[in-house]
Every structure is written in C-alpha cells, then in structure tokens.
Design a protein around this ligand. Structure first.
Ligand code: HEC
Length: 390
C-alpha cells in the first residue's frame, strides 16, 4: 500500500511539475524573445523604447516595451510568478518522494560513504548552499564582468556535480545538480525579480518614477535564468539515458551538454536581436558529436570462444541472483512489491527480449542493479555481456 501511495504521489507530482515547468519556460522564452525582438516604434511615444507586432491564433497583437515604466500604472498588471513557484514546489516534492523517501534505492549506491539521513542532508545542503553562493556572487563585483562570472559559475557547477557524484548514486547526483540550478532560477524569481518589481510598482503607486536599478537587478537574474534553462532541461530528462549519468566521467558529460545548451541559447538570443553569428551552432554541434563518441561503449564483437564458454545456466543464474530480487513477478526485495517498470527476468526469453536495455544498464554502465544493492561483480557483468552478445 505504502509503495502504491508513493508511486501515485510521484506520478502526480511529476505530471504537475512538467505542466508547471512548461508554463514557466513558455512564458520565460516568450518574454526573452520579446526583449530581443522589440524594435524602434513606428510612431514614437513618450517612454516607449520598442514595440513588436505579432500574429497568433488568428489575432494580431502589438506589445510596447517601456524604457523604465509607463506614465501611469494600469488597472490590471500581470506578474507571471506562480508558474515558477509551483514548478519549484512540485519539483521539491518529487525529489522528496522519489529520492528521499526511497533513499536506500535511489539516493544511495553500493559505495556511498554516508547513510540515508546524512546524504539527504548533503542533497538539501547543495540546493540551499548553491543558492547562497550564487546570490553572493551576483552581489559581488564579479557579476559586472559577464565572461568571468560565467566561467566561475560554470566551474562551481561542475565541481558540485563531481562532488555529489562521490556521495550519491550517479542519477541522484545528476538530478541534484538540476535541482540546484532550478532552485537558483525559482529563487531568483522569488527573492529578487518579484521583490524588485514590487518596489517599482510601489514607487508608481506613490506617483513617483521608479528607480531603474531594481529593474536592472531583476533583468540580470532573468538573463541568468535564460541561460540556465536548457542545461536544467537536459539534466531532468537525462535520467532515462544511462550513457550520460552512468558514464565514469558523468560530471564531464554534464559539463559538456550544459555548455552546448548555453551555446544554443546564446545563439537564439543573438538571432532574435538580429545579430548574425556563424560559429556558435557548429561548435555546439561538434561538442554534442564529441560527447556522442565519448559516451559510446566499446564495440562488442561476439567472441565465439568466450560466449560459448558462458552457459545459459551460468548467465541465468547471474540474472537470478542479481536482478530478479526486484525484476520478477514475485520480487523478494520488500521495497519493490511489483517488478520495477514492469520488467521481469524470470525466464530466458524475458531476458533475451530486453538484451539491448540490459547491456546498456548492466554491462556498458553500472546503473543496474539499482545502487548495486545485490552486489553484482565486474566479472559477472562481463559474462552477462558475452552471453547476451551471442
Ligand atoms: C534493487 C532493485 C533492482 C535490482 C536488483 C535491479 N533493478 Fe533494474 N530497475 C530497478 C528499478 C527501480 C528500475 C526503474 C528505474 C526507473 O525507471 O526509475 C529498474 C529499471 C531497469 C531497466 C529499465 C530501465 C529503463 O530505462 O526503462 C532495466 C533494463 C533494468 N532495470 C535491468 C536490470 C538488470 C539487468 C538487473 C540485474 C543485473 C537489474 N535491473 C537489477 C530496480 C532494480
């Protein structure tokens, strides 16, 4: 019953998280596009810095962008904040249900140095600590030097990815880096962007012209959020791709993909502003191709001698010992009353039917057995690989 509650909670939070994330990123991409796409107004108007025309869903729209603030506050002003708050809240709930309630299975692995409590503490510490360090950096003189800020921020992120990987299961480490970056984005909205806008509106309600510094402060955070979006989305979907998080150098792969993602975002920003750039996309593409080759497992040519040496019996007994405690019609591991993902390896046919996945998860990478809870040895992985290559 408890596991079923956990599964449904995680399903509902995940659904909600994806929906809110789509709403948030949708508005964020739209406003970033607006900022870049506005052009000199056709008919100049007091205080207006740019305008943009668009057509969508059969209607024409004209948007004006004010240099600082409009002459009067309109009766209705839309803020766009709940999308980000609810994305963060549902993400935090999902993290808690999957990785903290299921810490033994999903947060820890066989060589985790600390127990579940301490590792959960480290995970939460990374989210909160990451924000504190980032926020201090934004308030330091470093933030004025954009390239230096980007290099320092990026290096710190990679260091966190490396460090978390030492204490958590690799997939949990990836998700925590994503959650840390997502926390920076959502807390930017909550602690800096919305309060800055509140101050600006307060000025206007008193009939005063707002100090533009609050707007500029919010704009810097909004720009950071813009560049962080693509890396965060990659990290969130990577949990389905063991050749990324399951690689020995998974922190370097995360760094490479993050770099490519930020590059692509930069290209969009330049293009929307009407600036040409020829090298960013080819470099990002080369980087992804490089990662493709770097993550490719060595070709396994069926070695007739080796594979005939692995008898069906030997291979199946490995599966039986290391996998079926969970992947079975009747799992013996109490944490999994039903076979995870519906995958059962009770018969040779069931094993052969999923050979590609099994090689990816248990031979080319060491993602399965989950957290190596059943203690599979490297020799067993090689034997299973040889048998499956047959
Ligand atoms: C301790 C329990 C446990 C053991 C032992 C275990 N698995 Fe899994 N396995 C899981 C869980 C949980 C998932 C689902 C992970 C998810 O989707 O989040 C899973 C998923 C998988 C998947 C599907 C991954 C996907 O993306 O759909 C494969 C393939 C797999 N396991 C193979 C194996 C093999 C092969 C072994 C033995 C060498 C093994 N597992 C041992 C718990 C286990």
């Amino acid at each position: 019953m408890l596991e079923h509650v956990q599964e449904w909670l995680s399903l509902l939070f995940r659904w909600f998280h994806v929906v809110m994330g789509a709403a948030w990123i949708g508005t964020s991409f739209y406003f970033n596009w607006l900022n870049n796409a506005v052009r000199e107004p056709e008919t100049p108007e007091e205080g207006v810095g740019g305008e943009v025309w668009s057509i969508h869903g059969g209607h024409y729209y004209k948007v004006l962008k004010y240099i600082n603030a409009p002459p009067q506050l309109p009766a209705m002003l839309h803020w766009f904040k709940w999308e980000s708050y609810l994305t963060w809240i549902s993400g935090a709930a999902l993290l808690a249900v999957v990785y903290y309630m299921g810490a033994e299975s999903f947060l820890l692995d066989a060589d985790s140095p600390f127990g579940p409590g301490a590792t959960v503490g480290i995970g939460i510490g990374a989210l909160v600590g990451g924000w504190i360090v980032y926020d201090l950096l934004c308030k330091s003189p470093l933030s004025k030097n954009r390239p230096a800020f980007a290099v320092v921020g990026f290096t710190l992120m990679v260091a966190v990815a490396f460090g978390l990987n030492e204490v958590m299961a690799p997939r949990a480490a990836y998700i925590h880096v994503g959650a840390m970056l997502g926390t920076m984005m959502a807390w930017n909205v909550f602690f800096v962007i919305i309060p800055g806008q509140r101050i600006s509106v307060d000025f206007m309600e008193k009939g005063e012209v707002p100090d533009p510094k609050y707007g500029l402060r919010a704009a810097l955070r909004s720009l950071h959020n813009n560049y962080i979006t693509l890396p965060v989305l990659f990290i969130m979907v990577s949990s389905h791709y063991p050749s990324t998080y399951g690689h020995e150098l998974n922190w370097a792969i995360l760094a490479g993909i993050a770099l490519a993602g930020m590059g692509v975002r930069h290209w969009f920003n330049l293009t929307d502003r009407g600036e040409k750039n020829v090298w960013i996309l080819p470099v990002a593409t080369a980087l992804i191709l490089g990662l493709f080759y770097a993550t490719k497992a060595p070709e396994r040519t069926p070695d007739a001698a080796a594979s005939t040496q692995v008898s069906d019996l030997a291979a199946l007994s490995i599966v039986n010992e290391r996998c079926t405690p969970c992947h079975s019609a009747n799992p013996t591991n109490p944490a999994f009353p039903a076979a995870p993902n519906g995958l059962m390896f009770d018969t040779p046919e069931q094993v052969q039917a999923r050979r590609v996945d099994i090689v990816a998860q248990s031979v080319d990478s060491e993602i399965m057995p989950l957290g190596n809870l059943t203690g599979m040895t490297p020799e067993e992985r090689a034997l299973l690989g040889a048998w499956l290559a047959d």
